[in-house]
Design a binder for this molecule. Structure first.
Ligand SMILES: Cc1cc2nc3c(=O)[nH]c(=O)nc-3n(C[C@H](O)[C@H](O)[C@H](O)COP(=O)(O)O)c2cc1C
Ligand SMILES: CC(C)CC(=O)C(=O)O
Length: 368
């Protein structure tokens, strides 16, 4: 079966992956209300199509922090791609490069930063960091990222600890013995291979390594150690967006971590407009969580996102088809976006503005 939707890519992957790995990829925190809300959020908007517009040459190409992209999206940072495919992040990097979209590599990548860069020379990629207790390790990662031509550092700020993921607890999820965080000292993450009482292996090693004391004042420390732009991932309020700009952050990713951290927070899409309105136009705002169709991407752009990120569907493609599978997912999203732009009579990204959307269901008319 050639998958015609991202959901069909998911079905293929689910049929192939061990259940505990599928659950690690798919699961959220707590009741998974936020994970489900991410998927539903798109349905609270409908497109307002315009007609009799020349749509013969739709164009969704864009530029993001100086990088040219064929479409305004990228691959969200996700740990351990080798759980999906033996080539891991090297395959994902080839897929993103061939599709012409951004790749954000996780600090918990299962291939080295240098291997990933060599798999797709010249392609736009950023490195995501968690704030580790070991600042020397952070400094080294920032340096290696610069040397291997990563174009920005993304600091994920929604994870002072890992959320309580019940699927992983029930499965006593731990990494296979041959799989490690390839860019960190193996002693830092060795506990990911064991689940401890009441904690998954992932929760165990992050509990030991994440620094929960970090605060706004610490950003200056990181800035002083890199010339790369700094992006914050995991901002969900206008207050924090304003603080980020005051602290010199170059871009924001509105995200609830795919519903994997604090269960009960709103879908990122719902708070995107308040964040966009809180920051100057020069500060690009990205969004992720639950994006499963090119028309979702159109909705995110119309609400003011400069680009969006897609997470789990890329792992689905990777799991069933390696680099080709991941590429098929990314190409499908771009084709669906272009289709949406043509059929909505909005063939440029500029035409995908707030006017392109209406709330759904429509607000009830006021009684006379
Ligand atoms: C398996 C998996 C691993 C993830 N690992 C990371 C990570 O290492 N760093 C991070 O900032 N976010 C991580 N995320 C969150 C994603 O970057 C992203 O916010 C989320 O997956 C987007 O939602 P979507 O999967 O519904 O598209 C992970 C998500 C998944 C599914
Ligand atoms: C190793 C984990 C902490 C990676 C992550 O952020 C996630 O699984 O959501």
């Amino acid at each position: 079966m050639v998958p015609l939707t991202l959901a069909e890519h998911g079905a293929l992957a689910k049929g192939l992956l061990p259940a505990a790995i599928w659950d690690f990829f798919e699961g959220g925190a707590g009741t998974e209300w936020t994970r489900r809300a991410n998927l539903d959020a798109w349905r609270h908007h409908v497109l307002r199509p315009r007609v009799l517009v020349d749509v013969s040459a739709p164009d969704c190409g864009t530029e993001l922090l100086g990088a040219r992209l064929t479409a305004p999206f990228g691959v969200a940072p996700m740990a351990y791609h080798r759980l999906a495919h033996p080539e891991g992040e090297c395959a994902t990097a080839r897929a993103a490069s061939e599709a012409g979209v951004l790749l954000i590599v996780s600090i918990f990548a299962s291939r080295t930063l240098e291997q990933i860069a060599a798999a797709a020379p010249g392609a736009p990629r950023w490195l995501q960091l968690y704030w580790l207790r070991d600042r020397e390790a952070l400094t080294m990662l920032a340096r290696r990222a610069e040397q291997a031509d990563y174009r920005a550092l993304v600091l994920t700020v929604d994870a002072p600890k890992v959320g309580r993921r019940l699927r992983d607890l029930r499965n006593a999820f731990a990494l296979p013995a041959d799989l490690t965080a390839a860019n960190l000292d193996p002693r830092l993450t060795s506990s990911a291979g064991h689940s401890a009482a009441g904690r998954s292996g992932i929760e165990e090693h992050s509990r030991q390594q994440f620094d929960p004391t970090v605060s706004w004042a610490d950003l200056a420390w990181l800035r002083a150690r890199t010339r790369l732009p700094l992006v914050l991932k995991g901002v969900l309020t206008a207050e924090d967006a304003r603080l980020a700009v005051e602290h010199g952050v170059d871009a924001l990713i509105v995200s609830n971590h795919g519903g994997r951290q604090l269960d009960g927070v709103p879908p990122a899409l719902a708070v995107l407009p308040e964040v966009v309105d809180a920051v100057p136009a020069e500060c690009p705002v990205l969004v992720d969580g639950g994006l499963r169709h090119g028309s979702d991407l159109a909705t995110a752009l119309a609400l003011g996102a400069r680009a969006a990120l897609v997470g789990r569907p890329v792992l689905w493609g990777l799991a069933h088809g390696g680099a080709d599978g991941a590429r098929a997912v990314l190409d499908l999203l771009r084709e669906e976006l272009l289709d949406t732009m043509v059929l909505a009579g909005r063939p440029t990204l500029a035409a995908l503005d707030r006017d392109a959307l209406a709330p759904w269901p429509p607000a009830a008319a006021a009684p006379l």
